[in-house]
Write a protein that binds this ligand. Structure first.
Ligand code: TPP
Ligand code: MG
Length: 550
């Protein structure tokens, strides 16, 4: 059967399991989606279109690949605006497909901005489809990249005016994706080292999600009685109410990072980031299990490695640990419980605070109390909401908390929330943002309303950028770059209400809980809600372990 090139592409996307294409607002793909019955999610900025696709891939462990489409060709405004979102997905190793119009065949190499050159640094692979009949070849290649190896964004350009192609002559089979298992000798050595260590720990990252290996991680940790710390992006890959959980940061995490004699990293790059620990190596054995050999000996010395997919490697490790007659380590759970209590002694009073303006920890405590822990997703923004929530929020369900940001791009929280809601329509979804994040998000709230996204946004309104207070960046820097309009003038709940969201402003700590309850009730009807909370600046949270300065 003859098919238009772009329509053929949309059909192949459907074969690959695409549920929708997230776009703003027009490009060659939009018409084809309409003609082929592919649902479109039209949002209000390209950056958000890509972020939603990105978050959908994260929330589904890459089983679903989010697809976004932005305006390109000779007027590549949309593509250029999407750059930041692709850069973040690339930095965070998240798979998504970004489609854009290619420069028409007759004009290639005459443009000033070249899309392929421009995006080479933030995509794993990018292709320009120059013949209709090559559509299946390019889609096959794109999904091979998306479903194998290190997850990362892929871009496809398709220009207008390509010839139709004959589908019978160019048939298509969806790409399964391929995963390597570990070298059995490396697995044997890793397990032996762990079982003979004095006080080992597991350092679990986002690769556990993309390997769909949460159950295997838990089994291995329990079988050997090994404590588990998760990275920021790995948060919720191991239940944080589990007696072996060290959480992400503060006392338990720091104590084991500093005191353990062996660190087994799984699905973690151990690369440098401002938003993660730097695993100390002195006097420790570092074992790294990763799918990408580029991670080995990159920022951290690797003493031993198992290169492979997290699920396959953990399955091998479980079998190997059983063979080596592993027994759960005694006493470790009591030590973790004591460390957790030490941490919570610092935060419990803040979570129970009756101060006005409201202490942000009180807001987080009320969010925890309002949500069904097994059936919800909470996400954060760049700034204190990230640092504080990832310190005290115990995520008990897989993706019960979506933490993000090896580079922490303000505004992504809303994309994370919408991607999560699309992946888990029945879960409660709460997105917590500060003042800077809310400005990035505002333009896309309309899309939440139109698409009936039952998401609650909580704005911690503290009239400025808490982490950027006097002296933080040096004397000459402040106060110019941390103060924003005060809450008596700047009223974001009014803005949200005017847009059509359910909205409420809260100034009294005892009003937070009822406001959240109402918001979640509105969400059940598919209406987005906005809760503005007038808070104090309280830049206190768990740190990241760093080596001593030289
Ligand atoms: C795109 C982008 N630009 C700049 C930054 C740096 N940055 C991180 S947090 C922040 C301000 C956060 O302030 P606010 O949103 O008010 O949160 P608070 O810490 O006060 O709760 C800035 C500018 C960033 N993360 N992303
Ligand atoms: Mg603020």
């Amino acid at each position: 059967m003859k098919v238009k090139a772009v329509n053929g592409l949309v059909r192949l996307l459907r074969d690959e399991g695409t549920d929708w294409v997230c776009t703003f607002p027009t490009n060659v793909f939009v018409n084809a989606c309409g003609e082929e019955g592919m649902p479109l999610i039209m949002v209000r900025t390209e950056r958000f279109a890509v972020a939603v696709a990105d978050a959908y891939g994260r929330a589904t462990n890459g089983k679903k690949i989010g697809v976004s489409a932005v305006m390109g060709g000779l007027n590549a405004a949309g593509t250029e605006m999407a750059y930041g979102a692709l850069a973040q997905a690339y930095e965070d190793s998240s798979p998504l497909l970004c489609l854009t119009d290619g420069v028409p065949n007759g004009a290639t190499a005459r443009e000033r901005f070249n899309i392929e050159d421009g995006f080479r640094g933030v995509t794993k692979w990018s292709g320009y489809i120059n013949q209709g009949r090559r559509v299946p070849e390019f889609v096959r290649r794109a999904y091979t990249q998306l479903r194998s190896g290190r997850p990362s964004p892929v871009m496809l350009q398709l220009p207008r005016g390509l010839e139709d192609y004959e589908t019978d002559e160019h048939p298509y089979t969806p790409v399964k994706g391929w995963r390597p298992a570990g070298d059995p000798a490396d697995v044997e050595k890793a397990v032996r080292a762990l079982l003979h260590a004095r006080n080992p720990m597991i350092y679990a990252g986002q690769g556990v999600f993309f390997g769909d290996a949460c159950a295997e991680l838990r089994r291995f940790a329990e079988l050997t009685g090994t404590p588990v710390l998760t990275t920021l992006m790995g948060k919720s890959c191991f239940p944080e109410d589990h007696p072996l959980s060290l959480g992400v940061r503060d006392v338990p995490a720091e104590r084991w990072l500093k005191g353990s004699d062996l660190v087994l990293a799984i699905g973690a790059s151990l690369g440098p980031t401002s938003f993660g620990h730097e695993v100390p190596t002195k006097g420790k054995t570092i074992i790294q299990c990763t799918i990408d050999e580029q991670d080995l000996n990159r920022a951290t010395r690797t003493d031993h490695a198992v290169v492979g997919d997290a699920k396959l490697v953990l399955t091998q490790m479980i079998a190997e640990a059983e063979k080596q007659r592993a027994k759960p380590r005694a006493g470790v759970e009591a030590e973790i419980a004591a460390a957790k209590e030490e941490k919570m002694k610092k935060y419990r009073p803040l979570m129970e605070s009756n101060e006005k303006p409201i202490n942000p920890y009180r807001v987080y405590a009320e969010i925890i109390a309002a949500l069904d822990p097994k059936n919800s997703v909470v996400t954060h923004e760049s700034g204190n909401t990230r640092d504080q929530l990832t310190t005290i929020y115990d995520a008990v369900a897989e993706h019960g908390f979506m933490a993000w940001g090896n580079v922490s791009t303000l505004g992504f929280g809303l994309g994370a929330a919408m991607g999560a809601k699309l992946a888990y329509p029945k879960r409660q979804v709460v997105s917590v943002t500060g003042d800077a994040g809310v400005s990035y998000q505002m333009g896309d709230y309309e899309a939440l309303i139109r698409h009936c996204m039952g998401i609650t946004t909580v704005h911690i309104n503290n009239g400025g950028f808490s982490g950027y207070g006097p002296g933080f960046w040096g004397g000459g820097h402040t106060p110019y770059a941390c103060e924003v309009t005060k809450a008596d003038t700047y009223q974001t709940a009014k803005m949200a209400e005017a847009l059509g969201m359910h909205a409420v402003r809260v100034e009294d700590p005892d009003e937070v809980a009822p406001a959240l309850k109402d918001a979640l009730k509105e969400n059940e009807k598919g209406r987005p809600a906005f809760v503005e909370v007038i808070c104090s600046r309280h830049p206190v949270y768990g740190g990241w372990v760093r080596p001593p300065a030289h």
